[in-house]
Design a protein around this ligand. Sequence first.
Ligand SMILES: [Zn+2]
Length: 466
Amino acid sequence: MLVYSTMSRTKEEFEPLKGRIVKMFVCGPTVYDYPHIGHAKTYVAMDVVARYLHFKGYSVFYVQNITDIDDKIINRAKEQGISAEELAERFLRIYYEDMERLNIKSVSLFARATQHVDEIIEQIEDLIAKGYAYESNGSVYFDVSKFGDFGNLSGQRKEELVAGARVEVDENKRSPEDFALWKKMKEDEPFWDSPWGRGRPGWHIEDTAISINYLGQQYDMHGGGIDLIFPHHEAEIAIAESITGKKPFVRYWLHTGFLLVNGEKMAKSLGNFLTIREILKSYDPMALRFFLLYAHYRSPIDFSYDLLNEATEAYDRLDNSFRKALEAQDTEEREEKELRETLESCRKKFFDAMDDDFNTREAIAALFPLAKAINQSVLTDDRAVTELKEFIGEISGILGLFEHRGEVSVKPEIIDGVLEIRRILREEKRYDLADMIRGKLGECGIEIEDRGKETKWRISQRSTDQ
Ligand SMILES: [Zn+2]
């Protein structure tokens, strides 16, 4: 299997650091607003990467960080007259709900920045001790001049990067490209105590504190939107490798292409800012997921409702054919040569494409001739139909599409018991574990919704619409 890494700018043979275990990290959202369709593109793509690795027999541990303290959160909370914590909590719930609707199921652990401030402070102390960071007027900065490899991921020289990037003006920095690890508290802002006084973490070090904590000093895969390469991922590498002295911090860097809306970059000021919620008011979440996957993850996507309408039709066509195959019963033993041949060639094309840097575009394209063959078939070939059902099961698991699950039956007492444990965890502010329970229940088709101290649950729509 080949995987493209932004660092080497080539497709490389995939080989995890340790046996059959894949450790994977993807930059999560800053929870201050509704997730938009650009988020959907990245997280659906990375979900399929994790699902495919799982299908190939790897044990995948996939961590996403949640930025729940940040300038944007603080400013938005002030506008709305609520606390930053309250705002972050609200949009984190919304994020989980939207991801669940898009059938994103592969994240093993969501880790919040505010739950890892101790680890962040430890890393900063370590960087200062090793001479890579300096304290200045209550804030701490990473000294970029001390890290020679800065710029390797984006492939540009440091000077070019600084000239082109929006650099925060800050008189406390020694040099404009230095970045904040710890920000001194401003008035009316949330704060944590630290050896440098009251303040809060910078953005980049959140990720390294969380990833090193859960995945170790070196791990296999790091994903995120292409816009995060500079300065965010360069900064992560600089921090991690300065602390550990081990290179490379990450084996494969995966970046998803831009999402444009009607040919333009999405921006609130242009009025083309599309949230996932807005789209799902009138579209099936699976059609949106299909639309996003019918492109290679590194390719840009130009979103328009016309294209989404086309994708919806194409998805329904495939889905109906696969449903016909799955519902076929008591097939005879009359050989259908064409169906067998089409299935074989489709299967080969599908897996060849997925093995070639997770090329979902080509993989999905291979399914159309199969759907056509199913439609033209009377499904009398017992062996072909069995293999067909098996193949549809496999691609459903990999793509997170075409799922026709039976009715979910549950014992309410069990769910209530699990939710009671989750309530205690939340009281003890062990949100990571509480969120993990949410995820696991979601996998079983149980959706939960927190309303203040109470939690409601229901069997999710998708599981029952057989
Ligand atoms: Zn990040």
